[in-house]
Design a binder for this molecule. Structure first.
Ligand code: ARG
Length: 265
């Protein structure tokens, strides 16, 4: 039952990615509660230019974060198999995707988490053909120390369940939800060691289709942004008692770091 819901969520994501503008037609939005009518990420506001310099929009309809000048960290479900890949365009450096000051760079390689089969392991690295050195990168959490508290999410995905992709970057904050609570909502479908949940029990604020692959982050002890999650899945968007489910970055930090090294940094 819950697995089916999860499958639907994932299929909606894949269809959204493949068909871009046709998200409205394919998303299972029929049962969207009234809370989903709040505009933005869902329930968010516009990000300021330069506020999150590491945010990346990917041409297949996903988000990402600049991990290093040549590498974008995203979700495995946003990419195909590991190997040479020049088909992805990354847009960086702007909140407005139409801005004439945007930076656009092609991919030259995709590294998808080994063992990814649609269940957990939802991370990937995309190597850019040209390094982007003008933008700050986002460091990743290497321990569980920051896997709690209030998180920031951002993306150009739908501002409501079944809604259109956004031209301007939206942001929102969502509170941590512990694994036990999250799994009570999701009937045991969350993988505690690989996934981290965030959202309000009342719903209303969440990531949504097209935000996948983008980062969930918070301030570290020094006040610098640190990435704790990757947008992965959820049942609809911003529904009460269905928090967003994110790849737990700390779990995969050493695998991500090794992969990054193998890709040349
Ligand atoms: N899988 C979706 C995507 O491809 C992200 C879904 C996030 N859903 C949520 N309720 N937080 O864009």
């Amino acid at each position: 039952m819950v697995r089916w819901r999860r499958f639907l969520g994932r299929m909606a994501a894949v269809l959204a990615v493949v068909t871009a503008g046709a998200v409205t037609a394919v998303a299972p939005a029929a049962a969207a509660p009234a809370g989903d009518m709040t505009p933005y990420v869902v329930g968010g506001t516009r990000a300021a230019q330069g506020e999150f310099p590491f945010m990346v929009r990917l041409s297949m309809g996903c988000g990402g974060a600049l991990y290093s000048p040549r590498l974008v960290l995203t979700a495995a479900h946003c990419v195909g198999r590991t190997g040479a890949n020049t088909s992805i365009t990354a847009t960086l450096g702007v909140v407005d995707l139409q801005s004439s000051s945007r930076i656009q760079v092609r991919s030259n390689y995709v590294y998808r988490a080994p063992g990814y089969n649609g269940n957990g392991d939802d991370w990937a690295l995309i190597r850019l053909a040209t390094p982007v050195t003008s933008l700050a990168t986002l460091k990743i959490a290497t321990s569980t120390a920051y896997d709690n508290g209030t998180f920031t999410v951002a993306g150009w995905g739908a501002a409501r369940e079944g809604g259109a992709q956004q031209r301007y970057l939206l942001k929102a904050t969502v509170p941590f939800v512990d694994d036990t609570t999250c799994n009570r909502y999701y009937g045991g479908d969350v993988i505690p060691s690989e996934e981290i949940c965030a959202g309000y029990a009342s719903g209303g604020v969440d990531t949504c289709q097209g935000d996948s692959g983008g980062p969930m982050f918070r301030p570290d002890a020094a006040g610098a942004w640190i990435q704790v999650g990757i947008v992965s899945w959820g049942n609809g968007c911003a529904r009460p008692n269905y928090p967003g489910v994110y790849t737990q970055v700390s779990t995969f930090a050493s695998a991500i770091q090794s992969a990054a090294t193998s890709l040349g940094g």
